[in-house]
Design a protein around this ligand. Structure first.
Ligand code: ADP
Ligand code: AMP
Length: 216
């Protein structure tokens, strides 16, 4: 199974991705997570990416494609993969399909998560993340047991810099201009499925599993 999760930032892709990857025994690849790791490690790539990420802009196609191709070529993706947050531009989508084609592979399904804009903003602005184990919470809908503390590892939760109000708006504009065209791109290729992202996590999860199971 080779799947892409497409949709605006904050719609709930990452929250569903871990579960789906486990359920179908496939590898999850989140370019946002990979980039944040490079930023934390202070690598050359990370230092360059940080400037764009803090502004809510996209990191250059070449950098992100390089990161993804390295992972896709590794043995952990042999069983299949779930791409969360990639591709985000038509150039990235084209590169991905030619990379897979070389190995006789293709994407099976693109799940496009949709949600009203007010709910998207509410989800992004209430997001709190664990910088250590990467668990994701929400101040109101998915709060940790103890305020500000990760249930899994006990680390202090943070608000991502790019989740602050001044950056949210620019991320949504970037999404609309650069990523939204991918909806039509994958519709044209007959592999797009639309997923209603509203409702509690378990409800979205059930919809998603039904969709992935029925579309094989
Ligand atoms: P994305 O990966 O699409 O950017 P996330 O999965 O990180 O989005 O979710 C954004 C925020 O919304 C997080 O704070 C998460 O805890 C919360 N969230 C995710 N799914 C739901 C849901 N179904 N209902 C309420 N809040 C949700
Ligand atoms: P995310 O965790 O998916 O919300 O991504 C956080 C940030 O990482 C984005 O706002 C971009 O700056 C950068 N990023 C993640 N994925 C990509 C991608 N596929 N292409 C370019 N930039 C990306």
């Amino acid at each position: 199974m080779r799947v892409i999760f497409l949709g605006p930032p904050g719609v709930g892709k990452g929250t569903q991705a871990d579960f789906v990857a486990k359920k179908f025994s496939i590898q999850k690849l989140s370019t946002g997570d990979l980039l944040r790791e490079s930023v934390e490690r202070g690598t050359k790539l990370g230092n360059e990416a940080k400037i764009f990420m803090e502004r809510g802009e996209l990191v250059s196609d070449n950098v992100v494609i390089g990161l993804v191709e390295e992972k896709l070529g590794s043995s952990e993706c042999r069983n299949g993969f779930l791409l969360d947050g990639f591709p985000r531009t038509v150039a990235q989508a084209n590169k991905l399909s030619s990379f897979l084609e070389k190995n006789g592979e293709a994407i099976d399904r693109v799940v496009y998560f949709y949600l009203p804009i007010a709910d998207i903003i509410e989800r992004i602005s209430g997001r709190r993340s664990c910088p250590k184990c990467k668990a994701v919470y929400h101040l109101r809908s998915i709060p940790p047991k103890k305020d500000g503390v990760c249930d899994v590892c006990g680390n202090t939760l943070i608000q991502r810099n790019d989740d602050k109000p001044e950056t949210i708006q620019s991320r949504l504009v970037v999404y609309q201009k650069q990523t939204e065209p991918l909806i039509q791109y994958y519709k044209d290729r007959g592999i797009l499925s639309e997923l209603d992202g509203s409702g509690p996590v378990s409800v979205v999860q059930d919809r998603l599993i039904a969709l992935l199971t029925q579309s094989g």
